[in-house]
Design a protein around this ligand. Sequence first.
Ligand SMILES: [Zn+2]
Length: 181
Amino acid sequence: MAFDFLQRGTGNNKRFTDVDDNALRQCNHVITDICARCEKEVESWEHIWSCSENSKSEYDVLIDTLIEIENKYNTPEEEVNYKIIRTLAKEIVTFMMAPSTILILGNQKRSREVTRELFNDGLYKICNDKSERRIIEEVWGKFYLKVRQEIWLDRCNKINEIEKSKSITKLDKKRNVQFCR
Ligand SMILES: [Zn+2]
């Protein structure tokens, strides 16, 4: 199921849809689809998340997400939520790091489903009540935004820098495309 609560937020909560993805692909990938960062593999959607040049893995981002939420609730007023996140954290990690049964290409983990905006209903199975479900949804939403920011947007920035350093102007790109045809 696709989750839509992110759209209720501010402009910062913009989803990275396939349209955005394609637009970015078109302006970044001109002559070859080889990853401009590692220059080793074709930059498939899967490669974006596992490129050796990524400064963080999805696992790192998930742990950071849980720590952030834990810290947020670490106050006397939020004791209940703090206990919930402390109790659920380990199970969330175990769940998200297990193999995905939805993404069938390669050996992908459930955490990768987030990059496809898929909320895995199985997460609810580790919850006992409404408050726990709410925390799970919060973790998912924050994880999604952080994955987008720290892996996807980080990748886009790096590619822009690489292209700038190679001084590829828009005009050159056009010429190259035509030349390659
Ligand atoms: Zn790469």
